[in-house]
Design a protein around this ligand. Structure first.
Ligand code: AMP
Ligand code: MG
Length: 720
C-alpha cells in the first residue's frame, strides 16, 4: 500500500494554550505529499485546535482518495502487562478506550492527567509506575520523583524505548514528559478512531489497509540530520516535523508500508527504528540539491512497484519464441532498487543512479605531454633553432611561476602546466643542450606535445551516464573529474531457493541412494553475486506447498526478486508452479528453447519469482538467458544483451526449426567452437567443461565443421 500524504505531528502535553506567537514545545504539524520536498507546516496552540485540523485534513484526503500516513511523537503503547492490568485485556486499543474514558481535556488544554495517572497507579501494588507532578499536587499515589517508586511490577521501558534519547512512558513532568503526552494524545487519537471507524488503522496494532494510518514517531531518531537541514533560527519542533515528513515522503511506498507493520503488537513501535540511515539519506535527498543529484527527479528515489499481472501472456499463446519472451520481460519490469550516495572509491560494481557531469575539466590546465623544452611557437622558424634556457624548470605539481620571454625556452617535464609564454614543446630526444641553450631542428608544429585544458573532458560535460554499471575505469574518470561521491542504486537482493523431495541441501550432509545434493543453489547464488547483486540464500524446501509458501513469504521480505529451481513445470510433482498458480499470479511461459522447459514467472507478495527448471543445465541456461537481463533491468542497469562472436564450428549438427538451442561449448586452440559430447540435460559436467554457449537460431540449421556459429563466452553473461 502506498501513502499519498504524510503528516507528522509534534505533540504537546501542556496544561494551557501555547503562546500566540509560534514557539517551541507546542504542537506543530507538517504535511508532505509523496515524492515532493514541499512540506506545509502549521502551529497549534491547543490540542483541540490541532485535532480539529487533523480531522478536517483526514476528511479532505479521504474524500479525494488520497491515503494518509499520520505520525505522532508520543508512545502508542505501554510496557507489556500494563494494558491487561488496566483494561483486563492485553490489547493496546482496548487500553486506548479505557484511558480515553478517564481523560478530560478541555479546549484550553486544562486537563486531569495527573489525577488519571494517580488513579492508574492504584491498580498496581507498591508506588508507581507513573511519577512526576507539580509540587502543589499533593496526591500521595503519584510520587514527585521516579526514585520514590517501588513494587509496582512494571518494566521501565518498552523494547523500542531503549533507543537513545527516548524517555520512559511513566514520566509525567519536566523534560521529555512523554507520559503526559501519551495519556492526552491517546485520548485524542481514540476520538479520531471513533470518528473515522474502519477507515482508520493504528499500526502496528491493526493490520488492515485503511485510508488513514496512524503511527508513532520519534523525530530524535534522525536528530543530527534535522539539525543539519534546519533553516537558520528555525524552531526545532517545526524543523522536526518538516524534515521528517519530507523524509518519509521520499521512501519507496512498499518500504514505508512494511515499516509501519514492524514492531511489537502490544507495546507499539517507533516507526523507522533500525532504519535511521535510510531515513537520514531520505531526508538529505529531499532537501539537498548538490550535484550529482541535481538533475535527478526525486521520484527516482521511490521506484514504483511491479504490477501483479506484469508477466501475463496473451491468451492462446502456446510456444513463445525466446525473443518474444525476452521482449515481454523487458516491458514488464523496471528498476526496483532505492539509491544511496557512496564515496566514489566504493562504487565498483554498483549502478549509477543519475547522470554525472564533470566538476572540473580534465586536464584542468594546458600541460606538457612529454619531457622536453617548451617555448612560444611564434618566435621560432625553420632550420636550426637555438633558444637560450631560462633558469629553473616546470614539472608536474611544480608550476613555473614566471613568464618565459619569446625566443627563450624552459626545461619542462610530462604533466607540467605550460608556463606563461609557452605553447609548444619539443621532445627531449629531438634536442641537444649545454644547459644554457637548447638546439633543435625547426620548424616545430604549433602546440606540439602539449595537452589542451579540457581536451579529455570539459567542465560541465557529461561524464558518466545513469544506469552505468561502474567499473574500475569509471572510478578513475569520476575521480579525475573531482567527483568524490556518486549516487548509486542499492544492490538488488536476489533470493535463491531450491525445491524437491529428492534434494539434500548441502554436500556436507549424508545423501541416501535416492537423494541428490543441491547443485542449483550454489550455482544460482554465485551467479547473483557475480552480477553484483546481494545473494540471499533461502535454502532448500521439500515439495510441500505450505513449506514452499512460507519460504516464498520469507523471500518476499528479504529479497527484491526470487529465483526458485525445480517443480516449475505443470506435472503432478510440480509444486512450485501449482502453488504460484494458486496463490501468486502465475504466468507459465512455454518457451521454445532447449534446454529449458517452461519458465514460471509470478508475483508473490509483490515480489517477482522466476521459477527455473530443476535440471541444472536448463536452470543455468534459463538464468543466463532470462534472469540475467531481467535482474539487470531491476537493478537499474538496463537490459543486457550478451556479446557473442561468430566463429567457425568444430562440430556437426542438424537442427529442426521451431526452437532456439544452446549448446555447452568452448573454443579450441585455433578458435573453433567445440561442443560437449553429450547434449543430455542432466550432464552437469558439461556445464563445467564449457567456457560458454553456442547459440543456434530458431530456424533450421545444418552445421558442419567450419560453419560460422554464434559463440557466447560465459564472461559475456557476467559469469565469474
Ligand atoms: P524438476 O524440475 O523438479 O522436475 O526437476 C528436474 C530434474 O532436476 C530432476 O531430475 C531433479 O532431481 C533435478 N533437480 C531439481 N533440483 C535440483 C537441484 N537443486 N540440484 C540438482 N538437481 C536438481
Ligand atoms: Mg522436483
Amino acid at each position: 500500500m502506498s501513502f499519498d500524504t504524510i503528516v507528522v505531528v509534534d505533540w504537546s502535553g501542556a496544561s494551557s494554550p501555547s503562546p500566540v506567537k509560534p514557539s517551541k514545545d507546542a504542537i506543530w504539524i507538517g504535511v508532505a505529499r509523496r515524492g515532493t520536498a514541499e512540506v506545509e507546516t502549521s502551529y497549534h496552540r491547543t490540542r483541540h485546535d490541532a485535532t480539529e485540523t487533523l480531522a478536517m485534513l483526514f476528511e479532505a484526503e479521504r474524500a479525494a482518495g488520497r491515503r494518509v500516513l499520520a505520525g505522532f511523537d508520543f508512545p502508542f503503547g505501554y510496557p507489556r502487562g500494563f494494558a491487561e492490568a488496566v483494561s483486563g485485556e492485553a490489547d493496546p486499543l482496548t487500553l486506548w478506550r479505557a484511558l480515553s474514558d478517564r481523560i478530560e481535556d478541555a479546549p484550553d488544554n486544562a486537563n486531569n492527567r495527573f489525577a488519571v495517572a494517580a488513579g492508574l497507579n492504584d491498580v498496581f501494588p507498591g508506588i508507581g509506575p507513573f511519577w512526576g507532578c507539580p509540587d502543589n499536587l499533593g496526591d500521595p499515589r503519584l510520587p514527585s520523583k521516579g526514585t520514590l517508586r517501588h513494587g509496582h511490577g512494571m518494566t521501565e521501558r518498552r523494547a523500542c524505548d531503549r533507543t537513545k534519547g527516548a524517555q520512559p512512558v511513566w514520566k509525567l513532568f519536566t523534560t521529555g514528559s512523554v507520559g503526559s503526552q501519551a495519556l492526552l494524545g491517546i485520548a485524542r487519537l481514540q476520538a479520531l478512531r471513533h470518528r473515522f471507524g474502519p477507515d482508520l488503522a493504528v499500526r502496528p496494532f491493526e493490520r488492515h489497509d485503511a485510508p488513514i494510518t496512524l503511527v508513532e514517531l520519534f523525530p530524535s531518531l534522525i536528530a543530527p540530520t534535522v539539525e543539519a537541514l534546519a533553516e537558520e533560527n528555525e524552531i526545532k519542533d517545526r524543523a522536526q516535523v518538516r524534515i521528517l515528513a519530507a523524509a518519509l515522503a521520499q521512501l519507496a511506498p512498499r518500504q514505508l508500508d512494511a515499516m509501519t507493520r514492524e514492531g511489537d503488537a502490544e507495546e507499539g513501535w517507533i516507526l523507522g527504528l533500525g532504519h535511521e540511515t535510510l531515513l537520514e539519506s531520505a531526508a538529505r535527498a529531499a532537501f539537498a540539491t548538490p550535484d550529482p543529484l541535481e538533475d535527478m527527479p526525486k521520484t527516482d528515489l521511490m521506484p514504483p512497484r511491479l504490477r501483479d499481472d506484469c508477466f501475463a501472456m496473451p491468451q492462446g499463446v502456446s510456444w513463445v519464441p525466446v525473443d518474444d519472451a525476452l521482449a515481454k520481460l523487458h516491458d514488464a519490469l523496471h528498476p526496483v532498487t532505492g539509491l544511496e550516495i557512496l564515496p566514489t572509491a566504493r562504487t565498483a560494481g554498483r549502478v549509477l543512479a543519475a547522470d554525472v557531469t564533470a566538476k572540473r575539466s580534465n586536464p584542468p590546465m594546458p600541460n606538457s605531454a612529454v619531457d622536453g623544452y617548451g617555448f612560444a611557437h611564434g618566435a621560432t622558424g625553420t632550420g636550426v633553432q637555438r633558444l637560450p634556457l631560462v633558469a629553473g624548470r616546470a614539472a608536474a605539481g611544480q608550476p613555473y611561476p614566471h613568464a618565459v620571454p619569446p625566443g627563450h625556452a624552459i626545461r619542462i617535464l610530462t604533466g607540467a602546466i605550460l608556463p606563461e609564454g609557452v605553447d609548444t614543446v619539443v621532445l627531449e630526444e629531438d634536442t641537444n643542450t649545454d644547459a644554457t641553450t637548447v638546439v633543435f631542428d625547426g620548424p616545430a608544429k604549433p602546440r606540439a606535445n602539449t595537452r589542451k585544458d579540457g581536451e579529455d573532458v570539459a567542465a560541465g560535460a557529461p561524464a558518466l551516464p545513469k544506469g552505468r554499471r561502474l567499473r574500475a575505469p569509471d572510478l578513475a574518470l569520476a575521480s579525475a573529474l573531482g567527483i568524490g561521491e556518486l549516487p548509486v542504486h542499492r544492490p538488488l537482493r536476489v533470493g535463491v531457493v531450491s525445491t524437491g523431495d529428492e534434494i539434500v541441501a548441502a554436500p556436507d550432509r549424508p545423501a541416501a541412494p535416492h537423494q541428490i545434493w543441491d547443485a542449483n543453489r550454489p550455482m544460482l547464488l554465485a551467479l547473483a553475486s557475480g552480477w553484483h547483486c546481494e545473494a540471499v540464500d533461502l535454502g532448500h524446501v521439500p515439495d510441500d506447498p505450505e513449506q514452499i509458501a512460507a519460504r516464498l513469504d520469507e523471500g518476499a521480505r528479504k529479497a527484491d526478486v526470487i529465483l526458485t529451481s525445480g517443480g516449475a513445470s505443470a506435472g503432478d510433482e510440480d509444486h512450485v508452479s501449482a502453488l504460484l498458480r494458486q496463490r501468486g499470479t502465475l504466468s507459465s511461459w512455454r518457451i521454445a528453447l532447449k534446454p529449458g522447459r517452461p519458465l514460471a514467472l509470478a508475483m508473490w507478495e509483490g515480489t517477482p519469482v522466476f521459477g527455473l527448471p530443476g535440471n541444472p543445465v536448463a536452470a543455468l541456461v534459463c538464468a543466463l538467458i532470462f534472469a540475467r537481463p531481467a535482474l539487470s533491468l531491476m537493478a537499474g542497469a538496463g537490459w543486457t544483451v550478451p556479446q557473442g562472436f561468430t566463429v567457425p564450428a568444430a562440430f556437426s549438427k542438424r537442427k529442426k526449426p521451431g526452437r532456439r538451442e544452446y549448446l555447452r561449448a568452448r573454443l579450441t586452440e585455433d578458435g573453433h567452437a567445440e561442443v560437449f559430447a553429450s547434449e543430455g540435460s542432466g550432464r552437469i559436467s558439461g556445464l563445467s567443461w564449457a567456457d560458454g554457449l553456442v547459440e543456434l537460431p530458431d530456424e533450421a540449421v545444418e552445421v558442419t565443421p567450419g560453419t560460422p556459429v554464434r559463440y557466447i563466452p560465459y564472461a559475456s553473461f557476467g559469469l565469474i
